[in-house]
Structure formats: structure tokens, C-alpha cells
Design a protein around this ligand. Structure first.
Ligand SMILES: [Fe+2]
Length: 284
């Protein structure tokens, strides 16, 4: 893999989010929330997939670029930069996830010029920085593969394999669409979830995270729900002809296909998530 982009020290608090997914309404709402909290762009990290299911791909990319947050390349940016035929999630041919992704990918792919694709292709695949004295890395899916799904129910070993590739005690990852934090051998794997699509828990809110340092050298991690104008975002999808199913998911909070989910996450469908409050301290 290419060398990580080293950002040096980032002061607290840190706002972390994934998957804007072409959802301009959610992206603008989170930007306003960051401004309300007085968190500058240089203290915000996005774990990639700016472009996906929703109706405003160029506008969302423009909003994110204007905001100026730190960015990691998602598999969607990688695929658009490469001129690929699909989003690169690795769905099996003919599955409903594969068919659903073709709709939005074709819609989005027609809307980007060569300069924007080149910008996407130049995004870093890994960020490294120091936060509260802790080494932090930000990636998209896994360290071994940009589109590796790592869901909260997966065994410790799956995370340990990825952590062994990363020089950090706290990893910020995205891609799977569900917010969670796992402790593995004294390190934390944190997925803030995504802001562009609900988390299949039956609520239309999306998810982001706030990380704060404490006076005793620890880091507190809080998952947060993002309330935004989902009806406007869904209405735009209908008018754009993006009616394969994700437009309904914005309002129902339920994904149109569960194929990528492990059994435990399928059972969680429609149930309110509680990703908890987490703490990484020097004492472990
Ligand atoms: Fe992804």
C-alpha cells in the first residue's frame, strides 16, 4: 500500500464520520453541527464513500471539498477514479446488492468530469495522526483491502489481522454502514457509521462520532445520531429516478437488501442501535 498521509497532531475534539453517499442534506446538516460545536474542518475526519446511493453526487463532493475536512478514499471514489463499471463493493454478480448498486453508480458516474475523478484518485488511502497522545489511523474498509467489510459481530481475529497492518492504537474505519466500537488486545477499532444512509435500525437518523480527550490522558468516544431532512433527500431520489429501494431506506431506516450482513446484524434489523460510550486510556 502507499504510504499513509501523516497529519501530525490534531487537537480535541475530533468529529468522525463516514459515507456521505451523495446525500447533500445530511452532509450540510453535519457541517452546520460542526460549526455549531465550533469544531474546525481540520478536526474533522471522513472515512470515505462521498458518492453512493443518493441524488446529489457532484454537489456533495463540492460541499465536502469546500468544507475542507480530512478525507480517506472510499471504494466508491476508487472506482469512479478508475472509470470502473461498478462501485467496487465486491458484491456477487446478480445479487440484489449488485443490481441496486448499478443504478446509483451509473447515475453518479455520468456526472463527474476528469478533473474530479483525478482528485478522487489522489485521495489518501490511510491517514495517520496523533490525538491526545494516541496514535490514530483512518482507513476505509480494512487495512488489507479497501472494500473489506468488518461488521460488529465478526470475531476478534478478523480485526486483529487488520490491526496488525496498522501502526496505531485507535483505528477509524468506515464502509460497513453500521456504527460500533470494538476493543481488541488493548486497541480500539471505531466505525462512526455513515451520514448518508440510516443504519438499518428502523430510524431515519444517521450516525457520526465525537472524540474528546480527558484530563487523565484518555480518549472518550461517543456515537451520535444525526437528524436531518431525510424527506427532501428521498424526494430528490424519486425525481432523479433512483427508485430501486434506497430512497425508501432514507425514510424507513431499513436497508433494501440484507445480503452483505452477517446473521447477527440481520437479526438487528429494525431494532434501535446502542453503540455505547467508549474510552481508550493509557491503562488499557
Ligand atoms: Fe465503501
Amino acid at each position: 500500500m502507499t504510504q499513509p498521509l501523516e497529519l501530525g497532531e490534531i487537537p480535541a475534539p475530533l468529529l468522525v464520520f463516514g459515507g456521505p453517499y451523495s446525500n447533500l442534506e445530511a452532509t450540510r446538516t453535519l457541517r452546520r453541527e460542526a460549526e455549531r460545536l465550533r469544531i474546525p474542518a481540520q478536526q474533522c475526519v471522513c472515512t470515505g464513500d462521498l458518492v453512493a446511493y443518493c441524488a446529489d453526487p457532484q454537489e456533495t463532493v463540492a460541499e465536502i471539498r469546500d468544507w475542507g475536512v480530512h478525507l480517506v478514499m472510499g471504494n466508491c471514489e476508487e472506482s469512479l477514479a478508475d472509470g470502473a463499471a461498478d462501485c467496487g463493493c465486491g458484491f456477487s454478480a446478480g445479487t440484489s446488492c449488485d443490481l441496486l448498486s448499478k443504478e446509483w453508480f451509473d447515475y453518479a458516474s455520468r456526472r463527474f468530469d476528469d478533473a474530479t475523478r483525478a482528485w478522487m484518485g489522489a485521495l489518501p488511502r490511510r491517514l495517520q495522526f496523533s490525538f491526545g497522545g494516541v496514535r490514530v489511523a483512518a482507513i476505509h474498509g480494512g487495512a488489507t483491502r479497501i472494500n473489506r467489510f468488518l461488521f460488529p459481530s465478526q470475531p476478534d481475529h478478523d480485526f486483529a489481522v487488520e490491526l496488525a497492518e496498522i501502526d496505531a492504537d485507535l483505528v477509524l474505519a468506515g464502509h460497513c454502514g453500521i456504527p460500533f466500537t470494538r476493543r481488541i488486545d488493548g486497541k480500539l477499532w471505531h466505525n462512526a457509521g455513515v451520514i448518508g444512509m440510516p443504519a438499518n435500525d428502523g430510524g431515519r437518523q444517521c450516525w457520526y462520532s465525537l472524540l474528546q480527550t480527558t484530563g487523565d490522558g484518555a480518549i472518550n468516544i461517543n456515537h451520535h445520531r444525526l437528524d436531518y431532512d431525510a424527506e427532501s433527500a428521498a424526494g430528490k431520489m424519486v425525481r432523479a429516478g433512483l427508485t430501486g429501494g434506497y430512497h425508501r431506506a432514507l425514510l424507513s431506516g431499513l436497508w433494501p437488501s440484507l445480503e452483505v450482513l452477517p446473521a447477527a446484524e440481520r437479526l438487528q434489523t429494525g431494532r434501535t442501535l446502542d453503540p455505547g460510550v467508549h474510552r481508550l486510556s493509557p491503562q488499557g
